[in-house]
Design a protein around this ligand. Structure first.
Ligand code: B16
Ligand code: MG
Length: 210
């Protein structure tokens, strides 16, 4: 029985992929490192430092930990600048309808995001208050595919993970949901995951499960 739905943020509630892409492109261009949309695709749901490690696979030199920290900080500062252009119009189609209807049915709703900027993003799109709980990159040491962020969301909700469903656009996010013993609902890119319990083209299909 599903008592709560935990939503991934980037790629499910709002599409910040392009902004992450532009910010990482700015860094990789400065460092003369090859970067593409295909590589950007591998960064979905992955933490900032783990994303940087993926980008540095194409680098011709090795970077010290201090240099990595500096690059990640530079990327994030640029990304935060880009986030200022986000508005409620960027909320993905049918999301508001689904959130409202889940609440009407007495289902709890939460955010389970790897992003340390999750609260700033929610503020930009004016969605901070609708969620019962928010678990994000600041709450965890291990990002998806580790189950941590979803387990923390369930704990904050006071629910058994088995009573929680996760909506994810990233394959690593589906792995994380299953590792947390939750129902895994895949949208967009995550539909390729063999582990998903459900694959939906329209997020409104979630309403059939509750
Ligand atoms: P930040 P999600 C993830 O968010 C993004 O998909 C991923 O591309 C990003 O690297 C990660 O957040 C960390 O973001 O640099 O803002 O802390 O999909 O888990 O909501
Ligand atoms: Mg995502």
């Amino acid at each position: 029985m599903i008592k709560a739905v935990i939503f991934d943020l980037d790629g499910v509630i709002v599409s910040t992929d392009e902004l992450h892409y532009l910010a990482w492109k700015y860094i990789s261009d400065q460092e003369h490192i090859e970067f593409s949309k295909t590589i950007n695709h591998r960064l979905r749901g992955v933490s900032r430092m783990a994303s940087l490690e993926i980008i540095l696979e194409k680098a011709n030199k090795t970077y010290s930990n201090e240099e990595k920290e500096a690059l990640a900080e530079k990327k994030n500062n640029y990304y935060i600048e880009l986030l200022s252009s986000l508005t409620p119009k960027d909320i993905l189609p049918n999301v508001l309808e689904v959130l409202g209807k889940l609440k009407d049915k007495g289902i709890k709703i939460a955010i389970g995001s790897s992003s340390k900027n999750a609260k700033a993003i929610l503020k930009q799109i004016k969605l901070t208050d609708i969620f019962d709980e928010i678990a994000d990159g600041n709450d965890i040491k291990k990002s998806k595919p580790a189950p941590d962020v979803f387990l923390i969301a369930a704990k904050k909700l006071g629910l058994n993970p088995k009573h929680c469903a996760v909506v994810e656009d990233a394959i690593v996010g589906i792995e994380a949901a299953k590792a947390a013993q939750m129902t895994a609902i895949a949208v967009f890119d995550a539909k390729k995951s063999e582990l998903a319990d459900y694959r939906f083209d329209d997020i409104r299909d979630i309403l059939r499960l509750v």
